[in-house]
Each structure stands twice: as structure tokens, then as C-alpha cells.
Design a protein around this ligand. Structure first.
Ligand code: SF4
Ligand code: SF4
Length: 445
């Protein structure tokens, strides 16, 4: 890893991680050398709006974070990638970057997954990330809107709040800014409560999110949205089916039509991924299946194949996820896979005509009835208690540095990660007294 620059050190101290995904520590990206920095404002998970709301209310802060990152990475340009349909936001951003020659706006179409960083890097730079690679391999750093917002705050406050949209079957869909560690139940209550009795949340979105039924779970730095749905909604039933049901249905009903592959956004960019071959592997013994499973190694789990492409309602995207996990358990990754022949990706000529409009996706997911504005609620919320996980990031978990009974103030360090290890510290999101320390720190106001 490159030596940390001042900005990267600041981001590490402030606990900044990628707010839109697995929580990759941002100081790593900030200490790399890039020629282009992209702010990913595509937000293509249906119904989620938190990035739009952050831009509507905090565009100058986001631009400030982008400029700091451009400067730290030595990049010559910073690009905000946003869907063309958000005309108001594009106008706000144009005003915010006026006179800043290194910054520009890239207008994206309204398709899924416009936010996939491989697609986005290609759309903006014309470069294809090598197979098994990451954006910096082609000189690009990509961060989502909230991450860049947090970067702009890092010299004043560590990351103690998270933004999320709460929508779906709730009385008042909204976007909230809440202390990290607030419970999902409190977020739903702030959105007016659920409109049906037996509801679950799609945590992170309809496509890539997971079904959560225990609303006592805490929000983390990477929480981005909760779509509340009745437990009997077809999308929930589909996501809840589980591996053995996915395998059984796949074995008996996949007719190898190849539509899952034909619409796979990574396949269309020229990557060695073919979900129909992973499905074919279901018919083979465990050892032979391993060979077929390697066609899943470059899957980004966007679930377009499962939730849109397959005419039989099978789940090739989920099967690819299991295949990758099985291969990882046997230490098989792209770099040591026999499929890896050092080949370079090459865009499929038909790709521009195979982008899936969000409107069609919403209809297929059965979410049209839940279409609603989810404006940012500005008033601060003080939860009576928070439960802050010590691992909200890629890397080693933070080690607690507080004890039960200790008084803490919002912003105080409560979990530490040694300098030589990958990870970031964790901070108190409210002032109060520490009431439990396990793999989380509970603070009661
Ligand atoms: S689209 Fe469905 S039926 Fe067709 S190959 Fe893929 S998993 Fe099988
Ligand atoms: S989930 Fe399906 S569509 Fe998405 S990258 Fe994986 S195989 Fe392709």
C-alpha cells in the first residue's frame, strides 16, 4: 500500500468508509494515485433517494469532498455521475462547480445498474477495468455521494451519522440522518410506522439488499435505505427462499435459454461471466460443479439475472453468489482460476441496447405502488440509546477502548484499529454512558 498522505490520515482518524457498499476504508483510495475521481450519484436501486437528498441539501459539501480527494490523489479531474432525469440536481451541481475547471458532470441514462462502478468507469473514461481488477487499475477512484460528504466533514467530525431512505409500506416515506447505532425500529417509527402488520425490510434496496425481520438491528455507516414490505410480498418471498430452494428450482427448471447471461451487465462489458453455465453446474457432482462455478467469479451480485432476466423466475444471481463463496472457501479466486488466461474485456456490440430501464425493473419487482417522494427530514433525532458495531468496515474489527459505566461524548473514540492493520476507528454517535461492550458498544443517553 502507498504511504498515507495527510488527507488519507485524516480520513482514517475520522473513520470514513465507503458508505454505499461493504465499508471499504476510504483512506486507502485517498492514498492512491489516480487521474480521475468519480462521485457515483447514480443511485439506481429503485425507490432509494438518500444520495439525491444529500445533493439537494449539501451540494457544496459534496463538491468540497470531491476537490479534496482530487487533490489528494493527484487526479486531473473530478466527475459527478448522475442520472440525466434529475434535472434539478444537475442544475444545483452545475452551479456548485461553476468556475472549477477540473470538475464536470456526467449524465447517465435511467437504467440498472448505472451505479455499477465497472459500467460507470467505462461510460465515463472508455476504459475497461481488467478482469478481477478494481478501478484504480485504470487510474480511477470511485466513491459514493455520502462518502464524499463525510470526507468534507472529516476535519471537524468523525463519521457518527448515517443517511438512509425509509420507504415502501410506511406512512411517511422519508430520508433520515440518524446517529450510527440507532435501531431500524426507530427509523421505521420516524417514517410514521409500517402500514401493514407483518412487515420486513429490504436493507440496502430491492435488488441487492437483504431481508431483515429483526428491527432491533442497528444502523451502520453503510446503511443506505430500508424498503419496508409486507412479509408476503412476492419479492420478499423470492429473496427468502434460501439456497436449497434456489438449487432445487434451478436444477429442475433451467432450460439453458441463456437470457441471464445475455442481459448480465458484466458479461455485456466483456467479462468472463456466464450465469447460465453456473446454473448448468447444478446438474453436476460437487467436484465437476467447481469447474462450472468459475463462471461466477466476476459476478457483482447485481441480481439483474435473478429478478429481471430469467423467464422461469429462477435465481442465477443468487446461485452465482453461493458459487463464489464455495470457491473462496477453497481459495479459488479469479487470479488463480483456470478461466483466467490474461484476456482483456471487450464491450459486446449489443450492450447499448441491453440496458434495463428502471421503470421496467420497478414493474417487474412489484414496487410501482410504493413509488413516493422521500424528502430529507432536517430535524435532528436523539435516540435514547445506540448500539454501535465495532465492525462496520472491511478489515479487522475495532477494539473497544471504553468500559461499561464510562461517560462518553458524541464524537469520542470508542473503538481503535492499530495503524498497521486495515480498518478504521469507531466513534460515539451520541453522548451518554456506556452500558454494554461486546462486539458492539451500547451507549445510553
Ligand atoms: S435465464 Fe433462467 S432459464 Fe434461462 S439459462 Fe438463465 S437461469 Fe436458466
Ligand atoms: S448477479 Fe447476475 S446479472 Fe448481475 S453480475 Fe452476477 S451474473 Fe451478472
Amino acid at each position: 500500500m502507498a504511504a498515507l498522505n495527510d488527507f488519507a490520515r485524516l480520513l482514517r482518524r475520522a473513520g470514513v468508509v465507503g458508505a454505499g457498499g461493504a465499508g471499504f476504508p476510504s483512506y486507502i483510495k485517498a492514498s492512491s494515485n489516480a487521474d480521475t475521481v468519480i462521485v457515483n450519484a447514480a443511485e439506481c436501486e429503485p425507490l432509494l433517494q438518500k444520495d439525491q437528498e444529500i445533493l439537494a441539501h449539501f451540494a457544496p459539501e459534496v463538491i468540497c469532498g470531491l476537490e479534496l480527494l482530487v487533490s489528494a490523489t493527484g487526479a486531473g479531474r473530478g466527475v459527478i455521475a448522475i442520472k440525466e432525469k434529475h434535472e434539478n440536481l444537475v442544475r444545483i451541481l452545475e452551479k456548485a462547480i461553476a468556475g472549477k475547471k477540473a470538475l464536470s458532470i456526467h449524465r447517465l441514462g435511467d437504467y440498472y445498474p448505472a451505479g455499477d462502478e465497472f459500467c460507470q468507469v467505462f461510460e465515463i473514461t472508455g476504459r475497461l477495468i481488467p478482469m478481477g481488477g478494481i478501478p484504480i487499475d485504470v487510474g480511477v477512484v470511485v466513491n459514493n455521494v455520502e462518502t464524499v460528504f463525510n470526507m468534507a466533514q472529516a476535519d471537524r467530525t468523525p463519521v457518527v451519522d448515517t443517511f438512509l431512505t425509509v420507504t415502501g409500506a410506511v406512512k411517511k416515506p422519508c430520508t433520515l440522518r440518524l446517529p450510527v447505532g440507532t435501531s431500524m425500529a426507530q427509523a421505521v417509527a420516524l417514517a410514521g410506522g409500517a402500514t401493514a402488520k407483518d412487515c420486513v425490510a429490504l436493507d440496502g434496496g430491492a435488488m441487492m439488499g437483504k431481508v431483515v425481520s429483526d428491527f432491533s438491528q442497528p444502523l451502520t455507516k453503510t446503511s443506505g435505505g430500508m424498503i419496508i414490505l409486507p412479509a408476503g410480498h412476492p419479492l420478499v418471498r423470492r429473496k427468502n427462499a434460501g439456497r436449497s430452494a434456489f438449487d432445487r428450482a434451478g436444477k429442475s427448471a433451467c432450460d439453458q435459454c441463456t437470457l441471464c447471461t445475455e442481459l448480465c451487465p458484466r458479461y455485456l462489458l466483456g467479462y468472463a461471466i456466464q450465469p447460465h453455465k453456473v446454473m448448468r453446474g447444478l446438474l453436476f457432482s460437487a467436484s465437476d460443479r467447481k469447474t462450472w462455478n468459475q463462471w461466477a467469479l466476476l459476478c457483482c451480485e447485481c441480481k439483474l439475472c435473478s429478478l429481471y432476466a430469467c423467464p422461469e423466475n429462477l435465481s442465477p444471481g443468487d446461485i452465482c453468489g453461493f458459487a463464489k463463496a464455495d470457491l473462496a472457501a477453497e481459495q479459488v479466486r479469479w487470479k488463480n482460476s483456470p478461466l483466467n488466461q490474461g484476456q482483456a474485456p471487450r464491450e459486446h456490440p449489443i450492450r447499448p441496447w441491453r440496458k434495463i430501464p428502471i421503470s421496467q425493473l420497478k414493474a417487474r419487482l412489484g414496487l410501482e405502488d410504493f413509488e413516493a417522494e422521500a424528502p430529507l427530514r432536517q430535524e435532528p433525532y436523539a435516540p435514547p440509546a445506540v448500539r454501535i458495531p465495532l465492525r462496520q468496515h472491511v478489515g479487522v474489527p475495532a477494539r473497544p477502548v471504553v468500559a461499561v459505566g464510562q461517560a462518553v461524548k458524541r464524537g469520542d473514540l470508542i473503538g481503535h484499529v492499530p495503524e498497521d492493520q486495515l480498518g478504521v476507528p469507531v466513534h460515539a454517535s451520541i453522548s451518554g454512558q456506556v452500558t454494554a461492550v461486546k462486539d458492539f458498544v451500547e451507549i445510553t443517553a
